[in-house]
Design a protein around this ligand. Structure first.
Ligand code: ADP
Length: 260
């Protein structure tokens, strides 16, 4: 229905970085064994926006991200990504254990065909940006889980992406490290001005990071509600104790409950 696409009602003129138009994704055949992972997804992510997606397991969050990444094609509808400069961050840091940290950070730029001098310079800069300049010559096995995830962030940033797709990147980290990584990610987001689509299971993480939270429901995966997070920026750790933050987290939680 015109005018109801999530994300364009309030600002129709804004540039769109990622759009899902009437997107459906089905796994398997047309028989009763088929899984409808996504149904009738309409969502526009504006350039420079930070959108978080929450929902119960199996509601299609990862499928949504894989579609945006072009790793899969929709069964119906259209997915459009207005840039070929896209970085991915997964739950696992996926570093090559035999390559030193700096060489891991260079990897995506290397695969992209960026010359040695340029990619070394970028990798050195982004490794410093995530606070790991002193660990360039270490192997991944010598780092903590949080540090490995920062290497993964540096590797994606070395591509200087306009769009960052993040699939529960902090899900495996302990709570303290996770909170620190959220603040670090927001700082990198501010400094690098990318568009972010971020999948998470955590309501507080979604509210802390995003300017909009998409709440999905399962079976089939649909958008249940989109909630604007009109909290001040830059966001600091104290925000988590602010009544406005608590109220928004409660709204998102209530929506999730309706959707489950
Ligand atoms: P979420 O990330 O929200 O947990 P997913 O996107 O991983 O959800 O999965 C959505 C639904 O699609 C689930 O029912 C899942 O089992 C199914 N699914 C995902 N990928 C595949 C696949 N490659 N083949 C078959 N079914 C899949």
């Amino acid at each position: 229905m015109p005018g109801t696409v999530a994300g364009i009602e309030s600002d129709p003129a804004a540039a769109v970085a990622i759009s899902f138009d009437a997107v459906g994704k089905r796994y398997g055949g047309n028989d009763s064994g088929a899984v409808i992972a996504l149904d009738d997804i309409d969502l526009r992510v504006r350039r420079g926006e930070f959108v978080a997606v929450v929902g119960p397991s199996g509601c299609g969050k990862s499928t949504l991200l894989r579609l945006a990444a072009g790793l899969e094609q929709p069964s119906s509808g259209t997915v459009a990504v207005q840039s070929d400069s896209v970085g991915f961050i997964f739950q696992d840091a996926t570093l090559l254990p035999w390559r030193k940290v700096l060489r891991n950070v260079e990897l995506c730029a290397e695969l992209r065909g960026i010359g040695r001098t340029a990619r070394r310079a970028r990798a050195t800069r982004t490794l410093a940006a995530v606070g790991l300049a002193d660990f360039a010559d270490k192997l991944p096995g010598q780092l903590s889980g949080g540090m490995r995830m920062r290497v993964s962030l540096a590797r994606a940033l070395a591509l200087e992406p306009e769009i960052m797709l993040l699939d529960e990147p902090f899900g495996a980290l302990d709570e303290i490290t996770r909170l620190g990584m959220q603040e670090e990610l927001l700082r990198l987001y501010r400094d690098n001005a990318f568009t972010a689509l971020f999948i998470t299971h955590s309501v507080s993480e979604a509210v802390f990071l995003a300017s909009r939270v998409v709440v999905m429901s399962a079976r089939p995966g649909r958008i249940h509600r989109v909630i604007d997070i009109d909290l001040p920026t830059p966001r600091t750790r104290d925000l988590r104790f602010d009544p406005a933050f608590t109220a928004l987290a409660a709204r998102v939680s209530a929506s999730l409950k309706e959707a489950s």
